[in-house]
Design a protein around this ligand. Structure first.
Ligand code: NCD
Length: 321
């Protein structure tokens, strides 16, 4: 693997390979000494142009547990125009000898630009770009679902037969986009539920079913319900009347939680708006996988960094294609 930019580019075999290596990584994290020497001498740069808590810390923990050197570069607030600042920053990182660059950027496509520009030779991992993609989040979500339903040793298994329903602000969500493609590739059945104003126009080209009533979607008995954060920072218009109205119609309250099938699970990528898209009762219930998602995120990112920096490469990738 040369870069990880999007889940759309992952076929089933590659996606499973990442999940299976993540399972190996998770096993090493049960040991007393959790640090592996695998990436000793490699430098991983976290290049974050957008706010982040868990994703940045998660990549940092993952790189450190593999013994890589980590440089955190928080570029938020830079006033230089985006194209220029990205090129300048990239060339600085190249000069410092970065082997992998983990980038989060407000502009959709920035990681792709970095990977294909020729400015750097490092592998690029997309840690979230605009509303476009967030592949490691989708991978950790799939890993979490697989682990909950098929147990700790589920290597080689995809998600066929499982029904996953993604609820809320689909329009602004890179998490939803990356999940839709990965879940479909892994054989899960995906349903989106959202107010019509928060459903993207191109959704007809996605491998999903769209519904507009959360109670009906819950009555259908999904295996996993993924609640999305309302991304107020990306909203330049009123997409719903009031926050109270949103939570009443689209929020996972205690009543809706109780209406879910007994063995179903509830995911949320964080950060949560408690009381808005998800109630405290739902967030803290045994069905909630929120903290498992965070823990699994480290294993999945270890797997991605490992495959990028120490893993096998195809001939085409060796040639830098
Ligand atoms: C997500 C993101 O930044 O896209 N958060 C995350 O990475 N854990 C989702 C969000 O911000 O709502």
């Amino acid at each position: 693997m040369r870069h990880l930019l999007d889940t759309k580019e992952l076929d089933r075999a590659r996606a499973l390979r990442i999940l299976d290596v993540a399972e190996d990584m998770a096993a090493t994290q049960q040991r007393e000494v959790r640090k592996l020497p695998t990436l000793r001498g490699k430098t991983v740069v976290n290049l974050f142009f957008e706010d982040s808590t868990r994703t940045r810390i998660s990549f940092e923990a993952a790189a450190k547990r593999l013994s890589a050197d980590v440089i955190n570069f928080s570029a938020k607030g830079s006033s230089v125009s985006k194209g220029e600042s990205l090129q300048d920053t990239a060339q600085t990182l190249q000069a410092m000898g970065a082997d992998a660059v983990v980038i989060r950027h407000g502009a959709s496509g920035a990681p792709q630009t970095l990977a294909t520009s020729g400015w750097i030779s490092a592998g690029v991992v997309n840690a979230g770009d605009g509303t476009h993609a967030h592949p490691t989040q989708a991978l950790l979500d799939a890993f979490t679902v697989r682990k909950r339903f098929f147990g700790d040793d589920s290597r080689g298994r995809d998600l066929a037969g499982l029904r996953v329903t993604i609820v809320g602000d689909i329009l602004h969500s890179r998490v939803a986009r990356s999940n839709v493609w990965l879940l479909a590739t892994l054989g899960a059945e995906v349903t989106l539920v959202a107010p019509p104003t928060l459903v993207p126009q191109d959704v007809s080209a996605w491998p999903v079913r769209v519904r507009y009533d959360l109670d009906e979607a819950i009555a259908d008995g999904p295996d996993a319900l993924m609640m999305l954060r309302i991304q107020l920072e990306r909203m330049n218009a009123a997409y719903f009347p009031t926050e109270r109205e949103y939570s009443r119609t689209w929020g996972l309250d205690a009543e809706r939680l109780a209406a879910l099938p007994a063995d179903s699970i509830v995911l949320h990528p964080g950060p949560m708006n408690r009381g808005m898209e998800i109630s405290a009762a739902a967030a803290d219930s045994p069905r909630s996988t929120v903290l498992e998602q965070v823990a699994n995120g480290v294993s999945v990112r270890m797997a991605v960094l490992y495959l990028l920096l120490a893993g096998e490469r195809t001939d085409a990738e060796e040639d830098g294609r």
